[in-house]
Design a protein around this ligand. Structure first.
Ligand SMILES: O=P(O)(O)OP(=O)(O)OP(=O)(O)OC[C@H]1O[C@@H](n2cnc3c(O)ncnc32)[C@H](O)[C@@H]1O
Ligand SMILES: [Mg+2]
Length: 213
C-alpha cells in the first residue's frame, strides 16, 4: 500500500514530519506532509481516542487527495493528572497553544497535583521526577481505493521532570525522562528516539503488518 516512492502523511507538525522523513528515508521512501498541501481543510480532531483521531485525519485527507494517506495522532498521558493531557495534548494550553506554553502548563498542573514534587525522586543532578507518564502514538493508513485501514499503536513509559533537559525532539520531549535509557527524550538523537519511542514502535508495528522492510 505504501511501497516505493512517496508517503503522504496527514500532519502539520514539523517534528513529526522530520521523524517520518528519517524513518521512511531509511526505506528509500520520501515523505510529503500537509505543508505540501496547504489548501486542504483542517481536520477537526474530535475523537475520544488517539486511534479515532488518527483514522479521521487519514481518511479525510486520503479522500480529498484520492490516494493512500498515513496519519499520526499522539500525545502524553500523565498518571497524576488522571491521564491528561491525552487527546488534548496539542491544545492543552488553550487557544494559540505552543509547545512551550503546553510545557509550562504541564509543569504548573503537575506541581499542583504533587505539592511541588515534595516526595519526588531525584536524578543525580537534582532534577525531580514529578510523576509517571507515557507517550502514545496511534497510526492509521487509509487507502481510498479499497476503503481499508491499516492501524498500529505504540507507547513509551517515563517520568515528567521539573525542568527541561536536551535540545532535540519537539513537543513535550524536553520534560520527558526515559527511565529505560537513563536519558531525557530531548537528549536522544533521532535514531535513538525512533528505536524506543511511541512513534517508532507504532511505525515498526504498522510496517510489519504491511510487510514493508
Ligand atoms: O495533528 P497533526 O497535524 O499531526 O499535528 P499535532 O501537533 O496537532 O499532533 P496531535 O494532534 O497528534 O497532537 C500531539 C501532541 O502531542 C505532542 N507529541 C506527540 N508526539 C510527541 C513526541 O514524539 N514528543 C513530544 N511531544 C509529542 C505534540 O507536541 C502535540 O502537542
Ligand atoms: Mg493535531
Amino acid at each position: 500500500m505504501i511501497r516505493g516512492g512517496t508517503v503522504v502523511v496527514a500532519t502539520k507538525n514539523a517534528g513529526k514530519v522530520r521523524e517520518f522523513a528519517h524513518a521512511f528515508g531509511k526505506l528509500g521512501m520520501e515523505v510529503v506532509s500537509m505543508f505540501d498541501y496547504p489548501n486542504l481543510p483542517d481536520v477537526v480532531e474530535d475523537g475520544v481516542t488517539f486511534a479515532e483521531n488518527a483514522r479521521k485525519k487519514a481518511r479525510e485527507v486520503a479522500v480529498a487527495l484520492n490516494m493512500p494517506v498515513l496519519a499520526d495522532d499522539s500525545g502524553l498521558e500523565v498518571a497524576a493528572l488522571g491521564g491528561e493531557p491525552g487527546v488534548y495534548s496539542a491544545r492543552y494550553s488553550g487557544e494559540g497553544a505552543t509547545d512551550s506554553r503546553n510545557n509550562e502548563k504541564l509543569l504548573r498542573e503537575l506541581a499542583r497535583a504533587t505539592n511541588g514534587g515534595e516526595a519526588a525522586e531525584r536524578l543525580a543532578d537534582g532534577t525531580k521526577l514529578l510523576g509517571e507518564a507515557r507517550f502514545v502514538c496511534a497510526l492509521a493508513l487509509y487507502d481510498p481505493a479499497s476503503a481499508e485501514f491499516a492501524e498500529s499503536e505504540g507507547d513509551v513509559p517515563g517520568f515528567i521532570m521539573n525542568q527541561p533537559k536536551g535540545e532535540g525532539g519537539f513537543g513535550y520531549d524536553p520534560l520527558f525522562w526515559v527511565t529505560s535509557e537513563g536519558k531525557g527524550m530531548a537528549e536522544m538523537t533521532m535514531e535513538e528516539k525512533q528505536a524506543i519511542s511511541h512513534r517508532g514502535r507504532a511505525l515498526a508495528g504498522l510496517l510489519g503488518k504491511l510487510d514493508v522492510r
